[in-house]
Design a protein around this ligand. Structure first.
Ligand SMILES: C[S@@+](CC[C@H](N)C(=O)[O-])C[C@H]1O[C@@H](n2cnc3c(N)ncnc32)[C@H](O)[C@@H]1O
Length: 304
């Protein structure tokens, strides 16, 4: 971005002046082009992330309004958010439990609450929109007495909702995620129906086979927002294939279309293993559940 403009933005923001002039300048700089992530980072470095901003914090409402304005400009220009803007979009007013907080989600029949981190890079400690879209689907199913197996469970979101809806759930993830799943299950009064188990998609096939052999046959297998890293596409597809070969469970996969290439790569891994993919209808609250994700969640069922 233009050096003069950046310097204006830095000074103007630092003084906490009314924002209309600030936006005029920023909008003039962006023009009709996409408000690309590098420009967002440049602006954030001069404002919210300025080295002095932590020492001399301005009004948090001002900061939040500014971040919302930047997101709005990225949205209308069709550009993705920069990493810092993604992280800041989770910003909440400061409080004693700011790093960790509960989100409460109301489904038709019940409420579920999940302790999560505001740091998006703690991916296993955030409730992702795809998890909630699956959760809403689960809440609309008859699950009494059924077993549900969840892959990449994170906060335990889908397993806990399944348990609330009457199922017994096996919530799996990397070992580091298990204690949070257990405490979230406890908070939601379903600890007796949610079993947190380590299941790493990347271990050798024989190890996965032995682990799957210890589990009861699930009626439903879930993977919500597990398609996000290129190097995990093949291992995850292999686990799903092993599950589909072993059992006749329904397999439900929900993904946010953050990076088109990763989704495409996963689709190819599934096709290579002979899976067919059918879209399922999302529940009526999907818009709310997905509201902090600009790319819609796809809810699908896989069959071999
Ligand atoms: C984006 S989060 C989704 C969490 C949750 N399903 C949701 O929708 O909120 C992806 C999850 O996959 C898990 N994961 C990443 N690599 C994994 C692996 N190799 N084996 C098992 N789980 C993995 C992460 O720990 C994380 O909990």
């Amino acid at each position: 971005m233009n050096v003069d403009a950046l310097s204006f933005i830095e000074k103007y923001y630092g003084q906490g002046r009314p924002m209309n002039k600030l936006w005029e300048r920023i909008d003039a700089e962006i023009g009709d082009s996409a408000f690309d992530p590098s420009a967002q980072e440049e602006i954030l470095a001069r404002t919210v992330m300025h080295p002095l901003a932590a020492r001399y914090p301005g009004q948090s409402e001002y900061k939040q309004a500014f971040i919302s304005g930047l997101m709005h400009r990225a949205d209308t220009s069709g550009a993705p958010y920069s990493d810092t803007l993604c992280e800041l979009s989770m910003l909440r007013p400061p409080g004693p439990d700011d790093d960790e907080f509960y989100s409460r989600f109301v489904f038709d029949e019940f409420t579920a609450a999940f302790k999560q981190s505001k740091t998006l890079s703690d991916i296993e400690a955030v409730v992702w929109p795809a998890g909630l879209v699956v959760g809403e689907w689960l809440a609309s199913q008859r699950l009494d007495g059924l077993t549900v197996l969840e892959l990449g469970s994170g906060t335990g979101v889908c397993s806990i909702i399944a348990a609330k809806a009457g199922a017994t759930a096996i919530a799996t993830d990397l070992a580091l995620a298990l204690s949070r799943i257990e405490s979230n299950a406890e908070q939601n009064d379903v600890a007796d129906r949610v079993q947190a188990t380590a299941l790493d998609w990347c271990v050798p096939r024989e190890e996965l086979d032995s682990l799957l052999a210890t589990l009861p046959e699930p009626a439903i297998v879930l993977a919500a927002d597990c398609v996000y890293a290129p190097d995990l596409c093949a291992p995850l597809a292999t686990v799903l294939e092993m599950i589909a070969q072993r059992w006749s469970s329904r397999i439900i996969v929900a993904s946010s279309k953050r990076r088109e290439e990763t989704q495409e790569m996963f689709a190819q891994e599934l096709a290579a293993r002979g899976f067919t993919v059918t879209a399922l209808e999302k529940g009526k609250n999907a818009v709310i559940l997905e509201s902090y994700e600009r790319d819609p969640v796809t809810l699908t069922e896989l069959k071999l």
